[in-house]
Design a protein around this ligand. Structure first.
Ligand code: NDP
Length: 237
């Protein structure tokens, strides 16, 4: 029997890409999965009916809505914070409101969701945040706000692992390299540049990231906490 039978799993940002692969993985192993979405209601409804999961409209830019969703979800065995955005371009030209929205989605929501989840989480609970190898290495211009936000998650994991470790709750960051999603298509304009940094010269698959998330959420990972788990084809090596 799967370790996730009847476990309660919430994925923030699960309608597409890596988040959808994570929803599929937990649902296929018998978990009771709910996920949030913001801009893709059709994809969310389709995924929910395909997997038997529950789709909930909650914008991760809205701190209070995120906290309310986590609280109303009841005791979670696993919280995965996947929702994240990037704002590309010349730092001198960027709209500060767009940058602050990125920080709300990529930094504030993970922090507040993790803290709120821990209030009700049982012993052995798992908090997993999707960061990026760009938290370690940012080899091109135009993405400083994104890199900053993913580096911030490293502090989140290190600090909250200390806060919740005594209760047997682990807090980890998964740091993907280029993964084939709408946000970073394998045949997109960045392909040659990105693959040039890598030892395995292809985009990763969302399912490969979901596999690492499943391991961190399972019983074998009970001693892994406060750590960054990079899965990037050696992009950052
Ligand atoms: P996609 O853009 O393909 O999907 C993003 C997902 O997050 C969608 O389900 C989207 O839902 C949800 N989301 C975005 N903004 C919000 C919001 N404000 N509120 C709620 N949900 C939201 O991205 P990826 O799958 O590529 O990326 C997922 C995570 O992985 C992100 O944190 C990203 O930074 C990280 N990552 C991705 C890499 C890649 O190469 N793809 C590499 C490294 C890290 P909806 O459409 O319904 O709004």
């Amino acid at each position: 029997m799967s370790a996730f039978q009847k476990k309660s799993v919430l994925v923030l940002g699960g309608s597409r890409g890596i988040g959808a692969a994570i929803v599929r993985r937990f649902a296929s192993e018998g978990a009771a999965v709910a996920f949030s979405y913001a801009g893709s209601p059709e994809a969310a409804e389709q995924l929910a009916s395909e997997t038997g999961s529950t789709a909930i409209l909650t914008d991760s830019a809205n701190r209070d809505a995120v906290i309310e969703l986590v609280r109303e979800s009841g005791p979670l065995d696993v919280l995965v914070v996947n929702a994240g955005i990037a704002v590309f371009g010349d730092a001198l030209e960027q709209d500060p409101d767009a940058i602050d929205r990125l920080f709300r989605i990529n930094i504030h929501a993970p922090y507040h969701a993790a803290v709120e989840a821990a209030r009700q989480m049982p012993e052995g609970g798992r908090i997993i945040v999707i960061g990026s190898v760009n938290g370690d290495r940012m080899p091109n211009p135009g993405m400083a706000s994104y890199a900053l936000s993913k580096s911030a998650l490293q502090g989140l994991a290190r600090g909250l692992a200390r806060d919740f470790g005594p209760r047997g709750i682990t807090v980890n960051v998964v740091q993907p390299g280029p993964i084939d999603t709408d946000a970073n298509p394998a045949d997109g304009p960045m392909k040659e540049l990105l693959h040039g940094f890598m030892a395995i010269k292809r985009h990763g698959r969302p399912e490969e990231v979901a596999g690492m998330v499943a391991w961190l959420a399972g019983p074998e990972a009970s001693f892994a906490t406060g750590a960054m788990h990079t899965i990037d084809g050696a992009f950052g090596a």
